[in-house]
Design a binder for this molecule. Structure first.
Ligand SMILES: *Cc1c(COP(=O)(O)O)cnc(C)c1O
Length: 494
């Protein structure tokens, strides 16, 4: 019988550090090569069936080794990437990432701290990043904040604090199953689905989220909002929150945030802003008028992995009332007791401010990126993307075969191909097929949009690699592919 001390002990470290070092250097070189020359590659390509099949194989029981694992990555993962690193990726709202951001993620994983709290460098780096972000967005210095996975979690955290602070009873203890008036909140009908998801997960019920109509500029209708609040009060409900948009996901519209802040103050409501990507417009002196009023919000949710180009995942919630933020989440069982000295020291741990206890070191890539470029550069990049969107809208305007489907207040252009002799439903079919062909050609990745029943292509530029020449090429190719498609459709017997 083997005794414990006779069994050779194992670890997951390499047996040969020289080998992993060489492999690591190769990975860095090859990834930087890819990033340097990604413009010459297709944005996206479909994945062959044999690759899909390999991605369904069962877990290896025995070691393949680090090098084989990397070769599998090169064969099955790398070539079929999303394409978000490419200068002509403009689908949904997706950031580009940066080389230093990638390397910082490596360093963060190398140190592998748990950033839930305690007295080590990582929570202090995160706290410094939060302080920087407050300054950059013009948000009050006394606020608290937390880095989270992204805008969805940032909205969840902000709305959780809103519910806690404005329910009018101890919602943590009693929950929503107690006998209290229904809590209701308001947001425009352009609001991102993550707000509804948060409302559902907070137990409020999606019926409690009142979707308010928008005006021609896609901003919440103030009169309709006020009427809805009055109506809910008359019905005995408890309005508790208004959600304002700083950059709607559809067209990039900004609600009138100052007026929403006024109404919230007058009505005693929490004011939350979803600024997932649009909040970053505050970084540009030329655009910061758009976010005016955001600094008055009780909470603001935004992403760094979209318009700050930080690698996924990085989002942030800022909360004006630090006490309310802390009180919403803190729970300190014995095993998490905060000490006054030693590693476990710290009055407030970051895990007291959100859902996660164990937390990764996502702050490092933000901290290093802001040191690398300085905050001003990010404002310039945001402004450049907005100018590029305006440029694209002009190209569309000038092309007889194309039309803009919506105003372009920010960095999003919604366009479609139009052709004489096709009715609206045929045009919709054409544009839906056109989008797929654009993807499959590898030329560019826009996403879909339907505005007032018209289907089109949506280009959202949160991409620091895009140039005007990319937009020229895109328009040329869309017109070319659109013409071919229109000719095919007209040749078809009806
Ligand atoms: C992307 C987005 C979200 C969700 O953010 P994730 O980072 O994807 O979780 C919320 N609101 C708006 C306006 C967005 O664009």
């Amino acid at each position: 019988m083997a005794h414990g001390n006779e069994t050779p002990e194992q670890s997951l470290d390499p047996q040969d550090w020289g080998e992993i070092r060489a492999l690591g250097h190769r990975m860095v070189d090859e990834m930087l090569d890819l990033l340097e020359h990604v413009r010459d590659e297709p944005v996206w390509k479909p994945m062959p069936d044999e690759v899909r099949a390999r991605l369904r194989e069962s877990v290896p029981l025995d070691p393949l080794g680090a090098e084989a694992a990397y070769e599998d990555f090169r064969r099955d993962v790398l070539p079929y990437r999303m394409g978000s690193i490419h200068p002509r990726f403009w689908g949904w709202v997706i950031g580009t990432g940066t080389p230093l951001g990638m390397l910082a993620d490596m360093l963060a994983s190398g140190l592998n701290p748990n950033v839930g709290g305690a007295d080590h460098s990582a929570p202090l780096v995160e706290t410094q990043v939060i302080d920087w972000l407050k300054t950059m967005l013009g948000y009050p210095a006394e606020a608290s904040g937390l880095l989270v996975s992204g805008g969805s979690m940032a909205n969840f955290v902000g709305l959780a604090v809103a519910r806690h602070a404005r329910a009018g009873f101890d919602v943590r203890k009693l929950g929503l199953q107690s006998d209290h008036p229904r809590l209701v909140l308001y947001a425009s009908n352009q609001t991102h689905s993550s707000v509804q998801r948060a409302v559902e997960l907070l137990g409020l019920g999606s019926d409690s989220l009142r979707f308010i109509l928008v005006n021609a500029d896609y901003q919440i209708e103030i009169a309709a909002l006020e009427a809805a609040i009055a109506q809910d009060r008359a019905a005995g409900y408890r309005p508790f929150c208004i959600v304002g948009n700083a950059g709607t996901v559809g067209v990039g519209a900004f609600d009138d945030l100052n007026t929403l802040a006024d109404i919230s103050a007058r009505e005693g409501l929490w004011f939350h802003v979803d600024g997932a990507f649009g909040a970053l417009a505050a970084l540009s002196p030329e655009l910061s008028h758009l976010t005016s009023g955001m600094e008055r919000a009780d909470s603001v949710a935004f992403d760094l992995h979209k318009w700050m180009y930080i690698p996924f995942e990085a989002g942030c919630t800022l909360v004006h009332d630090r006490h309310a933020h802390y009180q919403t989440f803190t729970l300190t069982p014995d095993y998490l007791k905060h000490a006054t000295r030693g590693l476990a020291a710290g009055e407030v741990w970051l895990s007291d401010l959100g859902v996660q206890l164990s937390r990764g070191f996502r702050a490092l890539k933000v901290w290093m990126s802001l040191k690398e470029h300085g905050s001003r550069k990010y404002g310039e990049m945001v402004r450049q993307n907005v100018a590029q969107a305006a440029y694209l809208a002009e190209l569309v305007e000038a092309a007889p075969q194309l039309e803009n489907l919506a105003p372009v207040p920010l960095n999003i252009v919604c366009l479609r191909y139009k052709a004489d002799g096709l009715d609206e439903s045929q045009l919709n079919a054409l544009n839906e097929e056109l989008l797929i062909r654009v993807h499959e050609s590898g030329v560019a990745v826009p996403s879909t949009i339907t505005i007032a029943g018209k289907s089109g292509l949506r280009v959202c530029i949160t991409n620091h690699r895009t140039t005007r020449a990319d937009l020229d090429l895109f328009v040329r190719e869309v017109v070319r592919m659109g013409e071919a498609l229109a000719a095919e459709m007209m040749a078809q017997p009806v």
